[in-house]
Design a protein around this ligand. Structure first.
Ligand SMILES: Nc1ncnc2c1ncn2[C@@H]1O[C@H](COP(=O)(O)OP(=O)(O)OP(=O)(O)O)[C@@H](O)[C@H]1O
Length: 257
């Protein structure tokens, strides 16, 4: 189980008069994610989704608050937690001068995987996402959808129990997006806990067991998509999202915010 307790992140910032101040990106966020769950974090631009993922994956230090993985604390047990989690970042960050195989090899070595294990795991995962044929191609030659699938392969190499995906299907065509959804569902069926952020409300509705709606850094609701629809008496999650974020003074635009 992942437990996030009273998480806060403040960034230094200059106010309108140019005076040093602080901007609160995440404001007293508390939530739990169960093992094997697909959990979605939704919110308008600037709501604090990426900042939350960055703190949960130990790429940014919280101003205050606690993050626990089955009781392991990010402040004390970073090395053990890193072996449990895989991270798919929002932006593609491969070494563009290396091949697909070389990029994966590099990552597997960072996780201290043995030679034979690396070779077998890379082959298995590339086959799984139908990229086995491009193992020797330069990464820069891949299409956007192929790069996204490769980011997922890289994050899965060391067999993490929890996978974080920050906007996994942004700017992808509907076919590729569906393929990534199928991949995420498959991983959850295999017992991996999935924590994702998305701008696409229909993506959250299709994939997530529960969603948290964040606005201006604070949690405005957390429930299953079905319960949220029922509570608000609205036909779909997009309507719920627009109503809740509008109430909070941060109305979105259409299905993408
Ligand atoms: N390094 C930083 N320094 C200062 N402010 C930051 C920094 N990173 C994020 N912020 C601010 O924190 C707030 C939350 O940003 P964050 O990127 O977490 O939002 P988000 O919900 O992921 O947005 P988007 O949907 O646009 O990606 C924003 O106001 C942003 O400007």
């Amino acid at each position: 189980m992942i437990e996030v307790q009273h998480l806060v992140k403040r960034f230094p910032h200059k106010d309108k008069a140019g005076r040093a101040a602080f901007k609160t990106a995440v404001d007293d966020l508390t939530l739990c994610v169960g093992n094997g769950e697909i959990f979605g974090l939704l919110g308008p631009n600037g709501a604090g989704k990426t900042t939350t993922i960055r703190m949960m994956t130990m790429q940014a230090r919280p101003t205050s608050g606690i993050i626990l993985y089955d009781g392991l604390d990010t402040r004390r047990d970073a090395r053990r937690i890193k072996s449990l989690i895989g991270v798919v970042p929002q932006h593609v960050n491969f070494d563009q001068d290396l091949t697909v195989g070389e990029n994966l090899e590099l990552h597997a070595r960072l996780h201290h995987m043995g030679k034979e294990e690396r070779r077998a795991r890379i082959e298995e995962l590339l086959r799984y996402v139908e990229l086995a044929d491009v193992i020797n191609d330069g990464v820069r030659r891949l299409s956007g959808g192929m790069k996204r699938r490769l980011l997922i392969v890289r994050a899965l190499l060391h067999r993490p129990r929890i996978l974080f995906l920050d906007e996994p299907t942004v700017a992808l065509d509907p076919q590729v997006r569906r393929r990534i959804w199928a991949l995420v569902k498959d991983m959850a069926k295999g017992g991996v806990t999935v924590f994702l952020t998305t701008h696409y409300i229909e993506e959250a509705e299709a994939l997530c067991d529960r969603v948290a709606i964040l606005s201006k850094g604070h949690l405005i609701d957390l429930d299953t998509p079905a319960n949220l629809r029922q509570k608000m008496d609205l036909p779909n999650l997009e309507e719920v999202f627009l109503a809740l974020t509008a109430e909070d003074g941060a109305a979105g635009k259409g299905g993408r915010v």
